[in-house]
Design a protein around this ligand. Structure first.
Ligand SMILES: [Zn+2]
Length: 345
């Protein structure tokens, strides 16, 4: 038991077509006022950003928008501006930057994802290069999440497939959590674990719709990612969503010269960790293929050697007990694991 168990959740989640035009109204309905600092993603001032900015202005907010690529400079300006709340309109890094800035300033954050590429869109966690940890740290969950299906459906399929890898990762993450509970008496929350697992099952069930990039499929992925974020809010940590497969992905980020997307690496990690857990790794691999996500080192664009090294190093990334144990895999065992699951040839 975590005692007291303090759960902080998002207050408003809006998923649908055209909802990006209601960012201002949502902020107003949550009692926000004054200055809104809006962080824009890599694509900068696009149609989605315009809709979000216009709706904030129309609702009488004092709006500042900023699409700088330099993370440090951008954070500095947000801190100096002292906004009453922060809004991120963009992908993973933009969401995390806004979430982190709002957390540091102690003001509310509104998450407006333009892609469904990972579960940070609704979670209390942030992962940023400038924080200098290879894994995510805890901040606060967004006060509101506004996920416009008509915007997200236009993002490249690769990003959606990556989001699915991040959701399927929950199959092994939850098993790692249970293991840590049984072997190390770590706190385990059945409710958060079930929610994370259910999200993965729903993505598996809808793999064809997702693979075909159908709107119903896109909605399933958005809802699954939001549910995973909520599962982390309930657990009070990233435990239900991040296990050995994430350690593998974080290790690859530090080892591989050109890492793939977070969710893509997690998906491949899930195949291998599922094998270690004795669950149906073939099925996970098949689902990832149907979705159009990478399942091999070659498809990740990463050399075999880095895959093996990441497997060997993964347990050292952070103190988090998983199927990799306290001492991790030997080189030979790691190579065998990657080969038997056909991640390397
Ligand atoms: Zn993740």
């Amino acid at each position: 038991m975590l005692d007291p168990h303090d759960i902080e959740l998002p207050r408003k989640i809006l998923i649908g077509r055209g909802v990006i035009k209601s960012v201002g109204e949502v902020a107003k309905s949550l009692g926000l006022s004054g200055k809104a600092y809006v962080l824009l993603g890599r694509t900068g001032y696009n149609l989605a950003a315009k809709d979000a900015l216009d709706s904030l202005t129309a609702c009488g907010f004092d709006v500042v928008d900023d699409g700088d690529k330099d993370e440090e400079g951008l954070l500095k300006r947000v801190f100096e501006a002292k906004p009453d709340f922060v809004v991120s309109v963009g992908g993973g890094t933009t969401i995390d930057l806004g979430k982190y800035a709002a957390f540091r300033l102690g003001v509310p954050f509104i998450s407006v994802p333009t892609a469904a590429s990972h579960d940070g869109i609704a979670s209390p966690m942030v992962s940023l290069k400038i924080l200098k940890t290879p894994y995510s740290i805890k901040a606060k969950p967004p006060m509101a999440i506004i996920a416009d299906v008509s915007v997200i459906i236009n993002a490249p399929h690769r990003l959606l497939a990556s989001g699915c890898g991040d959701v399927l990762a929950k199959l092994t993450a939850v098993r790692d959590w249970r293991l840590a509970h049984m072997l190390k008496n770590e706190y385990y929350g059945e409710y958060a674990a079930s929610l994370a697992e259910m999200s993965a099952r729903l993505v598996m069930k809808n793999a064809r719709l997702i693979g075909a990039h159908k709107e119903e499929g896109v909605r399933v992925v958005i809802e699954a990612l939001v549910s995973c974020g909520v599962a982390m809010c309930i657990a009070g940590s990233s435990r239900p969503c991040s296990g050995s497969e994430h350690l593998f992905s974080h290790a690859l980020d530090t080892i591989a010269p050109t890492p793939a997307l977070h969710g893509e690496q997690c998906g491949v990690g899930t195949i291998m960790m599922a094998y270690l857990h004795g669950i149906d790794w073939r099925k996970i691999k098949k689902v990832l293929k149907v979705i159009g996500a990478p399942t091999t080192a070659k498809e990740l664009g990463i050399e075999d050697e880095f895959i093996i090294r990441a497997l060997v190093e993964a347990h050292r990334i952070r103190p988090r007990y998983t199927i990799l144990g306290d001492t991790g895999l030997t080189w030979e065992a790691a190579e065998k694991l990657a080969r038997v699951t056909e991640v390397i040839e």
